[in-house]
Design a protein around this ligand. Structure first.
Ligand code: RUQ
Ligand code: CUA
Length: 656
């Protein structure tokens, strides 16, 4: 423990930012910080922290309070480390109507909920660039499903969920014409629209289905959160650029004093959809599912979507004015208060759900926005947090009636009380903080022990690593009256939002290995005796097994230049934490990492004759280095017969 204290002190000594922060940076870590984050070797962390990977396209998993990196889950980016998106079984997961898109910009995460509390089943993730929503299975930590969103661009306001995971939403950041129409950009007002898509989630399987889209005026939807308790039926979206600018947004989208919180009654929308008030619109989008039983992904192209227009659906959408270019849109644990954080506002407006409902009843409207009633600002306002700091972005909550807002410009976390909107405490962040997160802090039941700030600019916090420095998270203890900074930890990609839940919700549900007897992969090899090599024209299927510490077959001859060789590797182990890898020399893409009881397929098309060694890449036993083999590739048209085996190489391969 002593060592950690010394390390933390050293870090603060290196702090050389020429700013007024310097002093507080040095004083930031005090007292018993080290003991609060120390998780002894062999001990588990208390929370899983899932953190978005931003431009890495992936999701990373940390333990809290230690900040230890546990896993990077491949989601939207191909991952040569385990063959995600490269191997034949998972290629279809990255399919879209624009072909394979092997990357994305992953911003937000939401854990599935039951009765407004985390249930530890699934984690949803958005893709900001090519609009998609992914679902990760928390028993395997694998991406199980990816759904493309049509009529959308920049799926930023996503993947926030309702209290029982009835719906996951996806809101457009960039308005675009519906149906990919070709129109002049200057016709923005007339032709561009934003959409809020509602994806239903099957309670038992988690399967997603694009239930309906609500079409809204051209503007930028930014963030969102579902109501809770009394506001259960509602979803709140922040939006900016209600100026409807399409060039130099920096200036042109900041003209108005107030933009809006868009309040959507999703229950009503559901009723309207059922009552046939929507219009089926042609729209192609990919729906990719990984079938756990077949261990194989399929991509299905869907062809239409149900669109609801507020014009035909009275009482479904209202606009609530919100100063100024709001970003975060957050609902407190009781469901009575919702907070809009205006990036350019000098205060934080807090709205009351009860007052908002009354305003609807009283018709306390301030005109309309493209036919959607605009509620009077004061009529829905609970109050404003005065002088909170500069550049409020996001708010989360604890279990004691307090809120915590990230201040991008003044680089701090500000704690304030919901009841009387008094600022109670502020703590500096190093440096510009984007999202922040309290475990369970957007649910009905925040755990309220820690707060993590996900910071955009790291500057001097870590050893420098060339022009690009790592991104950073900071952990605060919020159990007392004053927030206390207790840890810095670097993060993968650019973290935006994160979520955390108690480890107990997830850790005992883990799949330890796949039952080999239930392996439904069409290319499974059920035991070494079944290993085989089959030629069919210039396609060669190698049915291979892996178990400590050999591959069967480990000698293969009779493959020719120009053949397509498919290595179907079945890992026969029935034990936790025993993957085997498979790589072959000069293969132009990735390796396989095959879990115990699983089968995965690598395609290899040799371009030149020669001997190609292949081997297990995962150090699996004392004789791991011996776990290898040779493929002989002969010139096209030569007459080397197809032979294979391990130990005795006289098995004659079958030809179809
Ligand atoms: S963003 S820093 Cu969620 Cu993409 Cu706010
Ligand atoms: Cu199997 Cu190393």
């Amino acid at each position: 423990m002593k060592k950690i204290i010394i390390t933390l002190c050293t870090i603060s000594l290196y702090t050389t930012t020429p700013s007024c922060k310097m002093k507080s940076a040095e004083a930031a870590v005090v007292g018993d910080a080290a003991s609060k984050v120390y998780v002894a070797p062999g001990k588990y962390d208390e929370f899983y922290n899932f953190v978005s990977g931003g431009f890495s396209g992936q999701v990373s998993v940390y333990g809290l309070p230690s900040g230890r990196l546990l896993k990077v889950i491949p989601v939207f980016s191909k991952n040569p480390e385990n063959g995600w998106g490269y191997n034949e079984e998972t290629k279809a997961m990255l399919n879209t109507t624009f072909g394979e898109i092997p990357w994305d910009d992953q911003h937000h995460l939401d854990l599935s909920q039951t009765n407004g509390e985390h249930d530890g089943k699934w984690l949803f993730a958005n893709a900001n660039n090519t609009p998609r929503v992914a679902r990760i299975d928390l028993t395997t930590f694998k991406t199980a499903e990816i759904l493309q969103i049509p009529n959308s661009a920049g799926n930023h306001s996503s993947p926030f969920i309702t209290e029982n995971t009835e719906y996951v939403v996806a809101g457009t950041r960039f308005s675009v014409p519906m149906g990919d129409e070709d129109v002049p950009i200057s016709s923005f007002k007339k032709n561009f629209r934003s959409t809020a898509s509602f994806i239903s989630v099957d309670k038992n399987t988690g399967h997603m289905n694009l239930a309906f889209q609500i079409v809204l005026p051209g503007m930028n939807l930014d963030l969102s959160h579902a109501g809770k308790g009394p506001s259960h039926d509602w979803f709140f979206f922040s939006c900016y650029n209600t100026e409807q600018a399409y060039t130099l947004l920096e200036v042109n989208a900041s003209q108005k004093d107030k933009d809006f919180i868009v309040a959507v009654n999703w229950k009503k929308a559901e009723e309207y959809a059922k009552a046939g008030k929507g219009k089926k619109m042609a729209a192609d989008y990919a729906h990719n599912t990984y079938d756990e039983a077949k261990q194989t992904a399929t991509s299905v192209i869907e062809h239409d979507v149900l669109v609801l227009d507020p014009k035909d659906c009275p009482d479904m959408v209202y606009m609530i004015p919100c100063p100024k270019s709001p970003h975060g849109c957050d609902v407190d644990p009781t469901g009575e208060y919702f907070v809009g954080s205006g990036k350019l506002a000098a205060l934080i407006p807090v709205f009351s759900f009860a007052k908002f409902q009354k305003a609807i009843q009283d018709k306390a409207f301030d005109g309309d926005f493209y036919g959607i009633p605009v509620i009077k600002y004061e009529a829905a306002l609970h109050g404003e947090v005065q002088k909170p700091g500069l550049g409020p972005l996001h708010t989360e909550f604890d279990d004691k009636g307090n809120a915590y807002t990230s201040m991008f410009l003044s680089s701090e976390v500000v704690k304030w009380r919901l009841k009387d909107l008094q600022v109670l405490d502020r703590a500096p962040t190093y440096y510009s903080v984007g999202h922040l997160m309290v475990p369970g802090g957007d649910t009905r039941k925040p755990y309220g022990k820690y707060l993590v700030a996900y910071n955009k600019i790291t500057k001097d916090r870590y050893l420098p690593t060339g022009p690009e420095l790592c991104q950073s998270a900071q952990l605060y203890d919020i159990s007392g009256d004053k927030m206390q900074l207790i840890l810095d930890f670097p993060t993968i990609g650019e973290p935006h939002y994160g979520q955390a839940c108690p480890a107990a919700l997830i850790k005992d549900k883990q799949v330890k290995f796949y039952d080999i007897n239930k392996n439904g992969n069409q290319y499974v090899t059920m035991g070494e005796k079944k290993a085989n090599v089959v030629r069919n024209g210039n396609r060669v299927d190698v049915y291979m097994t892996a178990i400590r510490s050999h591959l069967v077959p480990d000698n293969i001859e009779g493959v020719y230049v120009g053949d397509d060789v498919y290595f179907h590797v079945t890992n026969l182990e029935q034990d936790w934490d025993l993957p085997h890898g498979f790589a072959i020399k000069n293969n132009p893409d990735a390796e396989l990492l095959v879990m115990p009881g699983e089968t995965a397929t690598l395609r290899f098309s040799p371009q030149k004759q020669g001997i190609y060694p292949y081997y297990c890449t995962d150090f699996c036993s004392a004789l791991h280095q011996e776990m290898s083999g040779y493929l002989r590739v002969s010139a096209k048209g030569s007459n080397v017969p197809l032979k294979f085996g391990t130990g005795v190489i006289d098995t004659t391969a079958s030809a179809k």
